[in-house]
Ligand binder design. Structure first.
Ligand SMILES: C[S@@+](CC[C@H](N)C(=O)[O-])C[C@H]1O[C@@H](n2cnc3c(N)ncnc32)[C@H](O)[C@@H]1O
Length: 246
């Protein structure tokens, strides 16, 4: 699950480290309930956010839940569109974020390359595309994990793995404290892209360079802190971030 406030700080820092200046205009592709956009505009008056998603339900949830928590001035710096991420248009951005492995929805090389090309077109010169990725030997078989939060327990389950197409069906379940577990609240049918494939496609789409960031751990599980490194990924299942420079 995303932690939009931590994500925007991490990606702003990552951009600064790569570009030597701060990003101002963020594009959040597959924005869903656009929590990241809402956190972005809270960073300061010069920060603007543009979010895009095809789903009416998550967009409506964001309008009901997150937008009202912003001040009118902050709200004026958020723009959301219900549109395919492959469609042209939208403002040219400093930073594009494609989080929650959402681009895994593209199952074929040509489709992912077309998406990366579109991202490149939507970036200002020197802009950065950032996304998360998961992998490791553990994703080659069914797996699950749970995290207890104060008001609910969150479950992640990967149902299967297809070695021919490198695809997996995954789901999120939730159990409110004292309530019954609700299964398959969100379900995904994904191609599990490898970092090597992603970086090759980024280069083919015209990105100058790409970098991998690995998550640190607190001894038991990932701690949500990522550092640039070409030698990570020893865990059974890992999460990494990828950043590509235009
Ligand atoms: C894994 S969810 C990401 C949710 C989002 N990051 C959030 O926190 O609410 C994937 C999202 O991608 C959207 N989506 C899938 N294919 C899309 C496409 N081609 N163009 C735009 N949005 C798409 C879905 O509607 C869904 O909201």
């Amino acid at each position: 699950m995303q932690q939009p406030d931590a994500d925007v700080r991490f990606f702003r820092e990552m951009y600064r480290e790569l570009r030597g200046r701060g990003p101002k205009l963020l594009r959040e592709d597959f924005c869903g309930s656009f929590g990241v956009c809402c956190e972005w505009v809270k960073l300061g008056p010069g920060y603007r956010a543009y979010g895009r998603d095809l789903g009416a339900a998550p967009l409506a949830y964001g309008r009901k839940t997150f937008l009202p928590k912003l001040t009118p001035e902050q709200r004026s710096r958020v723009r959301i569109e219900r549109k395919d991420v492959l469609a042209p248009g939208g403002p040219k951005s400093d930073l594009i974020m494609a989080m929650n492995f959402s681009y895994f929805v593209f199952k074929e090389r040509a489709a992912l390359k077309a998406y990366f090309k579109n991202c490149r077109r939507n970036l200002r010169p020197g802009g950065v595309l950032a996304m998360d990725c998961f992998g490791g030997g553990g994703v080659h078989r069914p797996n699950k994990e749970s995290t207890v939060h104060p008001r609910f327990t969150y479950y992640w389950e990967q149902y299967d793995y297809d070695p021919v197409y490198n695809t997996a069906r995954c789901a999120m379940h939730f159990k409110p404290k004292g309530g019954r577990k609700v299964r398959d609240v969100f379900t995904y049918d994904w191609r599990v892209w490898t970092l090597a494939e992603i970086r090759e496609l980024l280069a083919e789409a015209g990105f100058r360079r790409s970098h991998v960031y690995w998550e640190g751990d607190d001894g038991r599980r990932g701690n949500g802190k990522f550092a640039r490194d070409e030698n990570g990924g020893r865990e059974e299942i890992w999460i990494a971030m990828v950043a590509a420079e235009k």
